[in-house]
Ligand binder design. Structure first.
Ligand SMILES: [Zn+2]
Length: 54
């Protein structure tokens, strides 16, 4: 798990899966421990891409 931040400053956790159908798929999760991956920032609603996070 790696710590990443949305452009709004909201903290997210990124997990790289090695055993899925898509190798090296990055799963972005909210920092509140929810099991469901998120596609948009729960704070500001911005679309999340691993390439755009800082
Ligand atoms: Zn955000």
């Amino acid at each position: 798990m790696q710590e990443r931040f949305c452009k709004c400053g909201h903290r997210l956790m990124v997990q790289y899966t090695l055993d899925g159908f898509i190798p090296w798929e990055a799963v972005i999760r909210d920092d509140e421990g929810k099991a469901t991956p998120v596609k948009v920032c729960p704070c500001c609603g911005s679309y999340l891409s691993i390439h755009f996070l800082r």
